[in-house]
Design a protein around this ligand. Structure first.
Ligand SMILES: NC(=O)c1ccc[n+]([C@@H]2O[C@H](COP(=O)([O-])OP(=O)(O)OC[C@H]3O[C@@H](n4cnc5c(N)ncnc54)[C@H](OP(=O)(O)O)[C@@H]3O)[C@@H](O)[C@H]2O)c1
Length: 234
């Protein structure tokens, strides 16, 4: 049994990942702003916290040794660049990037103690593939990718691995505005080389693998799970 912290586990990918890891017999701690009944029903310890602000004594709520952290909070704020306010850009940066910085600084001592821990961050296909109206999220997630690469190098000596999953459009509450009509869903499906958008079941197995010792020679990688969107033009 291992100890995992899943940040952003009240919905979407983080929720499905927490449920899957719990089923595998691990002890799971979660962070989100909102309480999640589905997690309570399976006995998962929930820490209610806003990671876009400085964290208050996070380590007090966590075990002394952490075997892994997955950081899942994200935003989708798609707009023409000239209409993005500084406040919106800073909010995307706080939630996607600075939140990860805060959580990883707070959990580093516990990760180090495990001498084989794994950190998983989330980026987006739009960091690498230029996509119109994605300037703010691409800025924030490119920061996440840079952070992951740097930490993978810096923490290798502590046997802490750091990897990133970069999904394309995935059917979660975060993406609901982009998928709220059949027409939008169909158009999104068609944009992907494999003919469909993703769902949490496309992401969770890789997330789970990257957190486990089965991937213990993989670090510093940005893994696209995107139906071919990030690298193919059929
Ligand atoms: N879904 C997509 O199409 C898509 C595409 C590309 C990349 N991604 C990335 O994949 C990751 C997971 O996305 P998802 O679709 O599963 O998102 P989601 O359904 O919106 O879930 C995000 C989770 O993060 C938590 N969260 C958000 N802001 C927070 C804050 N300030 N403090 C604490 N917790 C916070 C939310 O809980 P509370 O609201 O309760 O705080 C929620 O549990 C994200 O990093 C996202 O950028 C998703």
């Amino acid at each position: 049994m291992k100890n995992f912290l899943i940040v952003g586990a009240s919905s979407g990918i983080g929720l499905a990942l927490a449920q899957s890891l719990q089923k595998q017999g691990h002890q799971i701690f979660t962070i989100a702003r909102n309480h999640q009944v589905e997690l309570e029903n399976i006995g998962i310890k929930q820490i209610l916290m806003d990671i876009s602000k400085p964290l208050n004594n996070l380590s007090e709520h966590l075990p002394e040794i952490l075997n892994g952290v997955a950081y899942c909070p994200g935003t989708i704020n798609l707009k023409p660049f000239h209409r993005l306010s500084e406040e919106e850009i800073m909010n995307d940066f706080q939630v996607n990037t600075m939140g990860a910085v805060r959580v990883l600084q707070a959990t580093f001592p516990a990760l180090k103690k495990s001498q084989g821990a794994s950190v998983l961050l989330f980026s987006t296909v739009a960091s690498n593939l230029g996509m119109g109206f994605h300037a703010s999220i691409a800025l924030a997630k490119s920061g996440v990718e840079g952070l992951a690469k740097s930490l993978a190098a810096e923490w290798a000596i502590n046997k802490i691995r750091v990897n990133v999953i970069a999904p394309s459009l995935t059917d979660t509450p975060l993406a609901s505005k982009l998928l709220n009509t059949d027409e939008k869903k169909e158009a999104s499906n068609k944009r992907h080389p494999l003919g469909r958008i993703g769902n949490v079941e496309d992401i969770v197995p890789m997330a789970s693998l990257l957190l486990s010792e089965k991937s213990d020679w993989i670090t510093g990688q940005i893994i696209g799970i995107d139906g071919g969107m990030g690298s193919l033009k059929p």
